[in-house]
Design a protein around this ligand. Sequence first.
Ligand code: ARG
Length: 561
Amino acid sequence: MDYKKRIASKLKIDGISEDELYDLIALPPNTEMGDYALPCFKFAKILRKSPVMIAEELKNAFETDDVISEVSAVNGYLNFKINKEGFVRSTLDKIFAEKDGYGKSQEGNGKTICLDYSSINIAKPFHIGHLSTTVLGGALYRIFNYLGFKAVGINHLGDYGTQFGKLISAYKRWGVKEEIEKGGIRALNELYVKFHREAEAYPEYEDEARAYFKLIEQGDEECQALFHWFKDLTLKDVQRIYDMLDIRFDSYAGESFYSDKMQPVVDELKEKGLLVESRGAQVVDLEEYNMPPCIILKSDGSSLYATRDMAAAIYRKNVYDFDKCLYVVAYQQNLHFKQFFKVLEMMGKEWSKDLVHVAYGMVSLEEGTMSTRKGNVVFLEDVINKCIQKAYKIIDEKNPNLEDKEDVAKKVGVGAVIFGALYNAKIKDIVFSYDKVLNFEGETSVYVQYTCARANSVLSKGGIPETYELPELNAVEFELVKAISTFPDVVKSAAEKYEPSFIARFAVDVAQKFNKFYFDCKILAAETEKTKTFRLALTNATLQTLKNAFGLLGIGIPEKM
Ligand code: ARG
């Protein structure tokens, strides 16, 4: 049962909708006051009364019932107490009935959301800078699916540009087929780095590279074949990482896919009188919107990143008829998205309002940052593997006799990398630290995983009860039930705000409350059989909820640790 909804539906305030009330109702920090509270400060302006008076009047008009059993007005807040027994029973029963589906909803049925994430560049390292877009996008993809939306995951590959001409030039001069086959992205990247080093002394290499790129575009057989080979090698290489992170895509239509879809965009811009010439280039002037012009065609007639993105947006609207199209891309590209969203709006695409840049902050390693050109990059795969190794070491020390240590270390290590990127609000810059993300006592995935192992162990000793009766509840038990009861709301707001961090934080909060319950309340040695059975049921419900939460983040939970 959704108690907030129930409370909201019983309140009537002129000029304020039930949804607004619903959003305002919160959990007060101190449960002595009540289980839910409605701050009345926002209504003072509309109702022209003091918040204290408003709360008092609302209280007098409110009819309590067997669920919302008490209401009080304190300092401008309306506090509600709910019938605990009814609340606990309905929460647990819902979890047991819905199991893996607890937290799911149908609210997105019939709606499509396109998600552009990870969007790697062919033949370039998949580095730590790609972590956030990949795991944020992956989590949002699962979250939207969970809420009934049709999510379309798109890897908008960076597979277009002179760098492919450079690679062909470098490969033809220095490349060894077998070595590239074996080395994958790393070998390709070495070629690319070598090209830049050498081209400083031999600038004519750059001309050659441009010529090769032209040949790719013109469909030259040999150049096309090499280009596709680079692409296949790259995708094969990153698939290992996607598998580890449980990342999926429905489409790999990248930039080159739009090669033949840009001309109509250029024509339409021309037709609508939006294209102007500026130093030989064709641009859309955005001065009115305080932005530099959006360049559509260079002076040599070649297209730009923005041109391809515009063609892609139009294509996606036509093919998927999305309700929203999200771009999970670092905030460094803020201007790019603002520009081409605006140009689409100027073209009269009313759906441009449904394009959302889901911006996130930078991830750096404690050791320092990197640059692709100089070659000192931190490969994401190395970070993940190092985390798995470190996890293995810790687990081996703590529990040398554990079965499946390798599998556990993998879940812990991979989980730590994902959680490290998802725990903070996405816009924050983060410095990735192995010690921090693998801290068993911290606000970490391994803390949550360890808590789940503890719950599993209790359940394997005490058994999973089929039915239970409610004993007299203590405050610790009640706090835990309340925490897990909010999961459907948390999933919903994570989707609304594009913030998987809400779910990560929720999981840590629930784990902390479970651990308090575990240490304060004896589960297996409870005073009565009735209490023991209830506590086992609560343990089971908590475990189920944490599993669902971690499932949405793409993190596995080992049975034992
Ligand atoms: N490949 C680009 C990069 O690494 C990101 C692409 C993001 N998606 C997009 N539709 N622009 O910077």
